[in-house]
Structures are given as C-alpha cells and as structure tokens.
Write a protein that binds this ligand. Structure first.
Ligand SMILES: [Zn+2]
Length: 184
C-alpha cells in the first residue's frame, strides 16, 4: 500500500462573515507553519488595499507580509521552495482560484484560504463555494450578532451603496445571525 506520509498537499478553507476572525485564524496557522520552519508565502487580491499594500492585516492589526496579485494564476509563479501558501480575502479573486489551489495542493503544498463565504445579500461569494467543495477541511468561524448576541453568519450592510466591494467596512457592515439578518 502506498502511504503518503510526506505528502502535505491539501486545501484548508477558513470562511465566515465580516468580523468573524477569519484573518486572525489564517495568521495563526501561518505563524505556526513559520515556527515549524516551513517556507510560507502569502497572497491577497490587489484590490484589497484597506490598510497596507504588502501585509495581510486583520482587524486587530496582527499582520504578516504578503504579496498583492491581480489574477489568481500569478500565485503559481511564486517561490519554488514554498511549502505553505496563505491566501486572504479570497472572495475577491477570479473564478480560476479553485483550480490554482488544486494545482498547488497536487504539488504537495498546503494551501490555506480565508474569505467571506457570503456577500451582504446572503449569496455565496465569488470562488469560495467552489473552494469549499474541493477542500480537505472547511472551518466556518462566526462573529457575534450585533442585534441579539447570537453567533453571526451574515454581513449586514447598513448603507445603501450597492457595489459589492466597499471600502471602510467597519462603519458600513455589522455581523448578524440568520433571524436578525432576514428580519424574522
Ligand atoms: Zn441576531
């Protein structure tokens, strides 16, 4: 029987609403990989320029240096020694991202992807649903509903701006549970 004990190739997805701690969990896993002296590379979509162009920054300002890329295929061009790839704000990437992640994982790379699983209307967001399907492991993290305190899975938009990408999210969104999101 063939045993793949040395084969670290896998896809992990960390998803949830805004303020659910996705990026914190991504950073926690990546830092542990760095402590284990693994070669780590981190990517994010070019358009996410909220705080710092070259760092993955979570809301509590815990950060690791990252490379902004315009198209997911560019992730395949980096670091031949890379053992772990982290991808943040993955919902803003193109539809090729699941295939890119599969290619990396098939080469033995551990791929950890964090992103919003639903947009502000409650619809599955960008390439995240496809990634969840092909991943070895999916972790859904929850925020706290700002209306009732229950675990929150939705990002409720408090403004009337209808573009899906909206900068300055802290003022524009609040996490809500199913009942409060749908006004049940
Ligand atoms: Zn609620």
């Amino acid at each position: 029987m063939k045993r793949n004990n040395d084969f670290g190739g896998r896809i992990e997805v960390i998803c949830g609403s805004m303020f659910s701690g996705k990026t914190e969990e991504l950073i926690r896993r990546l830092k542990r990989a760095q402590i284990a002296r693994l070669e780590v590379e981190i990517f994010k979509p070019q358009k996410d320029t909220r705080y710092n162009e070259y760092a993955v920054v979570s809301h509590d300002f815990n950060s690791i240096p990252s490379t902004p890329v315009e198209h997911s295929s560019a992730i395949l061009l980096y670091g031949s020694n890379t053992q772990v790839v982290g991808i943040d704000e993955a919902q803003f990437f193109d539809d090729e991202l699941p295939e890119v992640c599969n290619k990396l994982a098939n080469k033995g790379i551990r791929v950890i992807v964090a992103g919003l699983d639903m947009d502000f209307t409650g619809k599955p967001f960008g390439p995240i649903p496809q990634l969840m399907a092909v991943a070895e492991e999916v972790t859904k993290v929850h925020a706290v509903c700002m209306q009732c305190g229950a675990p929150a899975l939705n990002s409720y938009r408090k403004t009337d701006d209808l573009s899906t990408v909206l900068i300055g999210e802290k003022e524009s969104y609040e996490p809500r549970c199913r009942a409060c999101f749908h006004h049940l």
